[in-house]
Design a protein around this ligand. Structure first.
Ligand SMILES: [Zn+2]
Length: 423
């Protein structure tokens, strides 16, 4: 990039670093990522230039990046590297481009790696109205097993002038055809939704919720969802999130009918066109996804995934219980317990040794039952203190959670919980 741009970018990085150090983000410097995404919404094709820069303090000698094999990798630039190669590798159930770069042991300057690639968007990521580049679009490179490592990103999106772009943060200086966003988020979660028209509404409580929709205009179910989302955010801010409350939340409704998921940047993507929070199952999904603001730190590759999924599921149950739906709360717990019967322990669970449904049975369903049992054992007051501490500390391991349980509820409860997790 030109020298002025490089200087401006470096200054912004310094500023972001200061912001990161002063806020509640995990301390330490994160990789810096610059993404330049050019999209043709008509053909659903795109070109992406992705630059990954480690902080100067990071002296990792080998950097690996994986990229979706469906894309064409045009160029790999590795200034200051002593060696680099590109191969194809197996990763989980996929095949990926594997870029490996080796650096000398005494770097004076940051280690940098740039990939340029192009491709067509994958299944479920577009329709005639919208293109979705987000956490489940598999469009960005990442370090193996570190899809959720925090990165400080700048995302530049280039689209035809008739199109607009939305993200989890407002665009900086939006101008025709060029949209710039920046923030700190997991490596695979920088987000750009691209459409000719967006329909938006925002609530006005202390922690406002925004709904951003494409395809058809906002309708009554969307308003109902906005009100429920407000109530859910307010409930969580009084309970699980009281030590680290939400100040705003965004719900994207792209209408691609494919999936629903939470993003760590205070947002969720819900793609179902028939989504309706008057249906109990949909209300649970909404509450689950919003709670991922707090439950997103247990790795989805191993047993610690229960710290994300079981906690989000049980939080959604706490919400419906708080509305007086004790019957719904009990019925859902009973349903989950049935699917968890005979499943292996959470402790040491290796998801890759089983077909996928076992992951849900153990990490979501069995874990939810264990949280309900802990709730019953210690009572609501202590239980919410445990959850609020766990959330505020961004606890990412079962041992970390057990330490919080012991600190709040004592060693006997901790010992009991450990045996439940090993059962
Ligand atoms: Zn979830």
């Amino acid at each position: 990039m030109p020298r002025e741009e490089a200087y401006a970018f470096a200054m912004k990085y310094l500023l972001l670093l200061l912001i990161a150090c002063c806020s509640s983000l995990p301390s330490g410097a994160f990789p810096l990522v610059h993404i330049r995404l050019q999209v043709d919404p008509v053909t659903h094709s795109f070109t992406c230039r992705y630059r990954f820069t480690l902080p100067v303090s990071d002296t990792t000698s080998v950097v690996n990046l994986h990229l979706n094999r469906a894309f064409t990798l045009h160029r790999v630039r590795t200034p200051r590297a002593v060696q680099g190669h590109v191969t194809t590798a197996r990763y989980l159930s996929d095949t990926v481009h594997h870029v490996q770069v080796r650096y000398a042991s005494h770097p004076q300057r940051p280690r940098e790696l740039e990939l340029t690639y192009s491709g067509t968007m994958g299944k479920g990521q577009f329709n005639d109205q919208v293109a979705i580049f987000s956490g489940h679009s598999n469009w960005l490179p990442f370090r193996p097993y570190q899809e959720y490592e925090p990165v400080m990103y700048e995302l530049d999106v280039l689209v035809p002038a008739a199109y607009q772009v939305r993200s989890t943060v407002p665009a900086e200086r939006p101008r025709s055809g060029h949209w710039v966003f920046h923030g700190t988020t997991p490596a695979i979660e920088p987000t750009a939704l691209i459409a000719q028209q967006f329909y938006q509404m925002m609530s006005s409580p202390a922690a406002p919720v925004s709904v951003i929709k494409t395809g058809v205009a906002l309708a009554q179910p969307d308003t109902a969802m906005l009100h429920q989302a407000d109530a859910i955010v307010a409930f969580y801010n009084r309970t699980i999130g009281r030590e680290d409350p939400l100040t705003q939340f965004t719900i994207f409704l792209p209408g691609t009918n494919y999936e629903g998921y939470g993003l760590r940047a205070n947002a969720a993507v819900i793609t179902y066109t028939d989504f309706n929070v008057t249906q109990p199952a949909d209300l649970l999904i909404l509450a689950h996804e919003i709670s991922h603001k707090w439950w997103a730190y247990g790795s989805f590759h191993d047993e610690n995934g229960w710290l994300s999924e079981a906690f989000a599921t049980y939080s959604s149950l706490l919400y419906i219980q708080s509305r007086g739906d004790e019957a719904g709360y009990k019925a859902e717990l009973a349903r989950l317990a049935e699917t968890a019967a005979g499943a292996p322990p959470i402790w040491g669970f290796n998801r890759y040794a089983y077909p996928f449904p076992m992951y849900r049975r153990v990490i979501y369903n069995k874990g939810t039952g264990i949280l309900a049992a802990l709730h019953g054992r210690v009572g609501t007051e202590l239980f919410l203190t445990i959850l609020a501490h766990t959330a505020a500390q961004k606890t990412s391991t079962t041992l970390g959670f057990l330490a919080t349980v012991e600190q709040v509820a004592g060693p006997e409860i901790q010992t009991w919980l450990r045996s439940e997790l090993q059962r």
